[in-house]
Design a protein around this ligand. Structure first.
Ligand code: ADP
Ligand code: MG
Length: 553
């Protein structure tokens, strides 16, 4: 038997999890079942595509076994299993990059933090909220040896050889004071229904069922095994069979969270390509959205078989907040990440999906403006990113994005701005910069105010670079008031000729400012202020370019 220390971060994490999640200890079950389901997905995939696994017996299932008297709960799966090395690296260290983020984001609010646990994948350790000590007996598919990992979740764990007749993993939980409440079949059924009902594999519960025996006039206990989840690929059912609650429940089991989604779009395509997509918009933007190592949330299935998740190919980057499922009839089961990148089927599904998501959003914008406001509050910026990269959908994105403006309260659409344009107005104007209040009082706006022209106030840091590339909304020009060029809407007959008049003054100012400016020009844009600083039309904003590059655009 060998005793080993946990990596320091694991010990820290264990303490944090145990202390911050005390009010939701039940999520341990969700986490362990999802690990089992992942392990079954992995093995199923191998048995379909790898010759050496094809011959292995594979009866995918998850078994919960309750020993009420001794307060022991076992969770067994027939999945991929772990060998000695896997046990050490998966259950003894934190190799994942997201974990540091996780540690820094724990807030002390149990509800928020338990959502984080699912997002960052530190699920296994949640078992120590309810356990005095835990045994993991595992045998990796294709190998003969089995191993027992044991730990009290404090500072160390032990590994020794063990027996297991078939490949898979059994987690044996010796319930502690807090965990004793789960030595209860009714509780276990409720929790599984709540979080794991749509796991694609059957989950069985074995327990002592009390039944009334009419002959003896007393209740007797019989050891019983029952399937306790629906195990259906719910997204493959037709829309009219599904209730809102079904969709919400599936969403929660997909994301491991507690919140309802804001919207969902369920599509079944039956043309030259056959596929089902079910996309969800989370009601709150995922926390890692603006981190380089964000997680995506769309899972790929082929004929109901889980293939992979966290692949950035399924949707364009700006839609990285979308969660859900793509289930295709046409892709091969052994499709790899490399193949996916250029796969015609996926490319078509992807572009149809983007169009679908955007058109559904447009629908909501038109028919449920209040709901749409909630969407905008979370995702407006992501739509702007799309403007930068997704030329095919630029027009739709422009319809979807909302703007602050000198003439509207709250957020306004370009369609509304267009409707407010004055007779003969040729362009829509915007000002960019970093602080809304400075923008609203900028001298650059004086002339527009004087001429009663609306100006959009673009105060998001990405606006400048994004809108530099957007020249038109329909057939109307979009123009930045920060730039040097003047425009037909501003020119005034009486002002021409003035530039000549003040030329000596311009030369003098230029002489004084020297290298600090590129040029000093006369302008018609100011009404009351004598001068202002603007950027050159062609000058790209370096900072913005760097930023977008950093986001991987
Ligand atoms: P995550 O599931 O997000 O990777 P966990 O802490 O839940 O994080 O699990 C850590 C790792 O331990 C998993 O990635 C997996 O490699 C391994 N593991 C956990 N449970 C099982 C299981 N039942 N079968 C096989 N591997 C498992
Ligand atoms: Mg997990």
């Amino acid at each position: 038997m060998s005793k080993r220390e946990f990596q320091t971060e694991v010990s820290q994490l264990l303490q944090l999890i145990i202390h911050s999640l005390y009010s939701h200890p039940e999520i341990f079950l969700r986490e362990l079942i999802s690990n089992s389901s992942d392990a079954l997905d992995k093995l199923r995939h191998l048995t379909l595509v790898e010759d050496q696994y094809k011959a292995l017996p594979f009866d995918p299932r998850i078994d919960l076994e309750l020993d009420e008297e001794n307060k022991i709960l076992r969770i067994a799966d027939t999945g991929i299993g772990m060998n000695e090395e896997d046990l050490v690296s998966h259950l003894g260290t934190i190799a994942r990059s997201g974990t540091k983020n996780f540690l820094s984001q724990l807030s002390g609010d149990a509800k928020k933090d338990s959502n984080l646990i699912g997002q960052f994948g530190v699920g296994f350790y949640s078992v120590f909220m309810v356990a005095d000590h835990v045994e993991v007996i595992s045998r990796k598919a294709g190998e003969d040896k089995a191993w027992r990992w044991t730990s009290d979740g404090k500072t160390s764990f032990e590994i020794e050889p063990a027996e297991r007749p078939v490949a898979g993993t059994t987690v044996i939980i010796h319930l502690n004071e807090e965990g004793k409440q789960y030595a209860n079949s009714w509780q276990l059924k409720e929790i599984v229904k709540k979080y794991s009902n749509h796991i694609a594999f059957p989950i069985f519960l074995t327990y002592d069922k009390s039944e009334w025996n009419e002959a003896d006039k007393k209740s007797v206990k019989t050891r019983t095994t029952e399937q306790i989840n629906a195990a259906s690929a719910l997204w493959r059912r037709s829309k009219n069979e599904l209730k809102d609650d079904d969709y919400k429940e599936l969403y929660k089991s997909l994301t491991g969270g507690f919140e309802d989604p804001l919207f969902w779009f369920h599509t079944k395509a039956e043309g030259s390509l056959e596929y089902t997509t079910l996309f969800y918009i989370p009601s709150k933007a995922p926390l890692d959205l603006f981190q380089a190592e964000y997680k995506t949330g769309v899972k790929l299935y082929v004929k109901r078989v889980f293939i992979m998740d966290d692949a950035k190919e399924f949707l364009p980057q700006y839609l990285r907040f979308v969660r859900g499922i793509i289930d295709s009839e046409d892709l091969p089961l052994n499709v790899s990440r490399e193949i996916l990148q250029q796969n015609r089927v996926l490319t078509s599904i992807r572009s149809a999906s983007v169009k679908k998501i955007l058109s559904e959003l447009k629908n909501i914008a038109e028919n449920q403006p209040e709901q749409y406001q909630k969407f905008i509050a979370e995702y407006n910026r992501l739509l702007k990113e799309g403007l930068y990269g997704d030329f095919a959908n630029r027009e739709t994105l422009l319809e979807l994005i909302r703007f602050k403006s000198t003439k509207a309260e709250g957020m306004t659409s370009l369609a509304d701005v267009k409707a407010r344009m004055k007779e003969g107005q040729k362009s829509i104007y915007y000002i960019t910069g970093s602080a809304e209040s400075l923008l609203r009082t900028s001298p650059l706006l004086e002339i527009y105010r004087k001429k009663d022209l609306e100006v959009l106030v673009l105060d998001d840091e990405i606006d400048e670079i994004v809108f530099a590339n957007v020249e038109k909304y329909g057939d109307i020009d979009l123009k930045s008031v920060n730039k040097t060029s003047t425009d037909g809407d501003l020119k005034d007959e009486s002002e021409s000729g003035k530039a000549e008049e003040i030329k000596p003054l311009l030369e003098k100012v230029k002489g004084i400012l020297g290298d600090r400016v590129k040029d000093v020009r006369a302008s018609v844009r100011l009404a009351d202020s004598p001068s202002c600083i603007v950027s050159d039309d062609e000058e790209p904003s370096m900072k913005m370019q760097q930023m977008l590059r950093a986001m991987g655009q």
